[in-house]
Design a protein. Sequence first.
Length: 268
Amino acid sequence: MKKVILITGSTDGIGKLAALKLAREGHTMYLHGRNADKLERVIEELKSDTNNQNINGFVADFSDLHAVRKMSEEIKMELSSIDVLVNNAGIFKVNNNITDDGLDVRMAVNYLAPYILTNALLPLLRQSDNPRIINLSSAAQSSVSTEFLKGNKQLPDQAAYAQSKLAILMWSFHLAEQEPDITAIPLNPGSLLNTNMVREAYGKFWSSADKGADIIVDLSISQQHDNMSGKYFDNDKGGYGKTHPDAYDKGIISGLIEVTEDMVGSNK
Ligand SMILES: NC(=O)c1ccc[n+]([C@@H]2O[C@H](COP(=O)([O-])OP(=O)(O)OC[C@H]3O[C@@H](n4cnc5c(N)ncnc54)[C@H](OP(=O)(O)O)[C@@H]3O)[C@@H](O)[C@H]2O)c1
């Protein structure tokens, strides 16, 4: 069955490659990028590569959470339902690591932006017969410091990234419980895949970007994941598996959600 699929951060890397593969299969694709010209170029490229004309896009810089809210409203004006939301946009290294709102860019882009976007789009996902949310985490995970999340302290790139990636993972487990009719799966797409992020951060890679794109495609559409909501897919191991102990601690998760709601909840 053809689906309506929105992938954030689909102007490059594994998000773009997954969008290409899904467009080839005839799904209706919505891309997202932070740069309007690059987004337009990628949409045209995918249309001509796949002969699928049902490809559109939305623009927002996820380091600006007001822009994320604005984009969410635009999506709600344009679409009546979404089958699959892939929260893929992510950042590791930046020149300026503090946003205009005083938050760490990794926390804003990798965790708070998808949190805001997803909560805004839940009514559209609930319209689908078989809704899914795939959240891009990572093998890099470390305990989330509330002070760091709130922007009250700074950390080196690796620690900032790893905290943002455990935050999105813990929230995914929470989301799976909060929305029993939506399949929510956090994903490590594989480590050191050949993308801009990895080349800029490490100057080397271990695996092709296809490895990450293929698992995004599979988790988005394959029926075998129907009953896997709230489970962590670790593509370094090629299957579902255990993750960081904090993600199984209900107290730590509710603490994270409480602070997050306080920062960016729907009444903010
Ligand atoms: N590659 C890996 O080995 C690996 C491993 C574990 C997890 N992941 C996760 O997989 C996801 C995709 O990563 P990738 O390796 O494909 O990276 P990438 O090639 O750098 O692509 C990242 C995507 O996110 C977009 N993006 C970055 N900052 C943004 C911002 N401020 N606002 C909106 N969009 C923004 C980028 O836009 P531009 O096109 O404008 O740059 C691009 O479309 C990330 O969440 C990453 O953490 C990757």
